[in-house]
Design a protein around this ligand. Structure first.
Ligand code: MOS
Length: 684
């Protein structure tokens, strides 16, 4: 561990031999195309499939009357309830599926399906409905509301006050590989080769949904081209693939979402509005922190982004108050997108801290150092190993941050030049119930099996390393088997919890193998262990921290913003593999730059659809947008988090990054942008 073992699946991926979900080899395949509703709310009156069925190659059209039935269930999750009733709940909803001999025929067939609707008035913008307190709590298990102390009194007593509103727009998960599946129903078993972050949780959702026993569902995800959260839970296209297979009379089916369909059927980050109140004494020591967050949800399934959660634990302040509200709309269900909650919330919070630093005349690094809590302000528990100050100090040193009490505002030719800083944090989540099987093979080799999924984060590689370390052998002696529900149960590759949770099961299985069979076990012996509660989560508040520094250039005549330098320094426990770990952090920093500069989805209030539904109108940072991006970490181990001392690193890199860039843009221009993204027009 701690070495840069090459990606175990790198060669397959870059040579094109890796078969992704919709490439799984299968004979006699039917292609599936989704017909989507062009209205935001209403009822399907009639589906006329005659013209589609007359088209050469079209085999079948499934609609809400002809699709396989799910068992009657008043509690059924309406997001997964594909083709089970005539309601249209959002624009883009699946209203029919066309099965055909070729993808082209399926697509043309979908165009020929005629659907008549009874349209109803819809509400699709945040102004169209009243916010309410989420009924099912906030994503990640956070309380909806939290209050400690009297915030109003603290603000009244403060010498320096910042009170501002910050917004983030709709953002859309755009992993390189869109959602898709190859599916086969043989009359007894449903097999899904699916692009998912979680094979076992997928099965647990699908089996009851489709009226099957868990043993009748097998999910495999050998290669996944990213997910960013959108593949953490099933989405409608996964369900559609399963239904199509069950309606295909024994033939396998393939369903691939298009890039455009990703903007209506794959989840997305809700827009957020954060009202932040910070009050401090004349030295910048916080007396009160308030964060009132409003996001939107769909009216038929609640999802509440945990936007204000970080404000509860980030800094010491006598009074802290934070709330979450959601506005229910006739839109698709929002979902997880890399660091849900922390990303938009810490944008607001860390820009507000920059405003406070300026108002108090305190260096922004020093301001954060001054507000370090002794223990977790939210729970009162000690932190596992809070090293934010070291991240700030080390990062400042490496970046060349010399301290300031006001804007530096330089110029280089026609470019205004500025620098900015923001802090980052992410909770250390650990999922119970992972299992791992280890079998002794010939020639001192070991087969290690767990249903974990490598979505590109490097799970195959680091689990090989963790296995080798735990068994005391070379990584080349490990045959790792992952991403199949036939293997021992594993939790989602999400919430930055995968490696820690799966890795704990691997280590415990290795320990059990050694305990049961000694150091030199016979070929063929094997052990399966289910992970025992590992982290000392009752005793400590487990979090990671980081500091992000950015240099920003803004063109004085065009307003174009560039980020020539972006640098993160993180405290994330032990980094198992510096190569894949650095890639995780760099990718997240780039994604943070992307949301800072570019990503902004627009919904047309007249029709309820996302207008920006391709990578031309919804730009995601590309190589040309990125210059010097660096990720560094402290040399440390965290035995409280995992047996191997590591904490999750999937999401922390995106947290705080947009704030650091916005703060640098302010330093360069004097224009305080509180609404992402930082488009050129803001600076003209
Ligand atoms: Mo991540 S958004 O928890 O997959």
């Amino acid at each position: 561990m701690g070495t840069s073992l090459d990606r175990q699946d790198g060669r397959e991926k870059v040579t094109g031999r890796a078969a992704y979900a919709v490439e799984h080899p299968a004979d006699d395949v039917l292609q599936v195309w989704m017909v989507q509703a062009p209205i935001a709310r209403g009822v399907v009156r009639r589906v006329d499939a005659d013209a589609a069925l007359a088209h050469p190659g079209v085999v079948r059209v499934l609609d809400h009357e002809s699709a396989p039935r799910m068992p009657a269930d008043d509690e059924r999750d309406l997001e997964f309830s594909v083709l089970q009733d005539d309601r249209v709940r959002f624009r883009g909803q699946i209203v029919a599926l066309v099965l055909a001999e070729t993808s082209e025929a399926a697509r043309e067939g979908a165009r020929l399906v005629r659907v008549d609707y009874d349209e109803e008035p819809h509400a699709v913008t945040m102004d169209d409905a009243e916010p309410y307190a989420p009924e099912n709590g906030v994503n990640g298990g956070h309380e909806t509301d939290y209050a400690d102390g009297d915030l109003d009194a603290a603000i009244r007593d403060s010498a320096v006050v910042v009170e501002q509103t910050y917004t983030t727009p709709h953002e859309f998960n755009n992993p390189m590989e869109p959602h898709g599946a190859t599916a086969l129903w043989d009359g007894a078993t449903l097999t899904l080769w699916d692009s998912t972050q979680a094979v076992h949780p997928m099965r647990s959702t699908f089996a009851p949904l489709l009226g099957l026993d868990e043993e009748q569902v097998r999910v495999l995800a050998p290669y996944v081209g990213g997910g960013f959260g959108s593949k953490g839970e099933p989405k409608a296209p996964d369900v559609a693939a399963a239904l199509a297979a069950m309606g295909a009379e024994g033939r396998p089916v393939r369903l691939a979402t298009t890039r455009q369909q990703m903007f209506s059927l794959a989840g997305y980050r809700t827009q957020t509005v954060s009202h932040v109140r910070l009050g401090a004494d004349a030295d910048g020591r916080l007396l009160g922190v308030g964060h009132a967050a409003v996001s939107q949800t769909s009216g038929f399934k609640e999802f509440a982004e945990q936007t204000a959660s970080a404000a509860r634990m980030m800094y010491a302040a006598g009074a802290r108050d934070s709330t979450h509200r959601v506005v229910p709309l006739d839109v698709a269900v929002p979902s997880w997108m890399r660091a849900p909650g922390e990303m938009p919330g810490m944008f607001a919070h860390e820009v507000a801290m920059d405003e406070l630093a300026e108002a108090a005349g305190v260096d922004p690094v020093e301001l954060r150092v001054r507000n370090e809590p002794d223990a977790d302000p939210e729970t009162g528990k000690p932190f596992n190993d809070r090293r934010l100050v070291e991240c700030l100090r080390e990062g400042a040193e490496r970046f060349g941050w010399t301290g300031r009490t006001g804007p530096t505002r330089g110029t280089e030719g026609d470019w205004w030049v500025g620098t900015g800083v923001a802090a980052s944090t992410y909770p250390t989540l650990w999922s119970p119930g992972n299992a791992c099987r280890i079998e002794v093979l010939d020639g001192d080799r070991y087969a290690v099996s767990i249903g974990a999924v490598d979505i590109g984060q490097g799970a195959r590689t680091v689990l090989t390393q963790i296995s080798a370390d735990a068994l005391g052998v070379d990584p080349s002696a490990i045959d790792l088997h992952v991403a199949d529900t036939d293997l021992p149960v594993a939790t989602v590759a999400g919430g930055s919890s995968g490696t820690g949770s799966w890795g704990t099961a691997v280590v415990q299985a290795a320990q059990q193998l050694r305990a049961d069979h000694g150091e030199d076990p016979e070929v063929g012996v094997h052990t399966t262990a289910t992970s025992q509660e590992y982290p000392d989560s009752d005793g400590h508040a487990l979090h990671s921290f980081g500091a992000v520094f950015a240099e920003v250039h803004v063109h004085r005549w065009t307003g174009e913003l560039r980020v020539p330098r972006l640098q993160g320094t993180y405290s994330v426990g032990r980094v198992i593999n510096p190569l894949t770990g650095r890639s995780q952090l760099l990718g997240a920093l780039v994604m943070g730059e992307s949301v800072a500069l570019f990503e902004e989805g627009w919904r047309d209030p007249r029709f309820g659809h996302v207008v920006t539904q391709d990578l031309a109108t919804y730009h995601v940072a590309a190589h040309a947008d990125v210059k010097d991006v660096q990720a560094h970490w402290l040399d440390e181990e965290d035995p409280l988090a995992t047996p191997f001392g590591g904490r999750g690193i999937g999401e922390i890199g995106i947290v705080g990054t947009a704030a650091a860039i916005a703060n640098a843009a302010y330093d360069a221009t004097g224009v305080r942008v509180r609404d992402l993204p930082l488009t050129a027009d803001r600076f003209l």
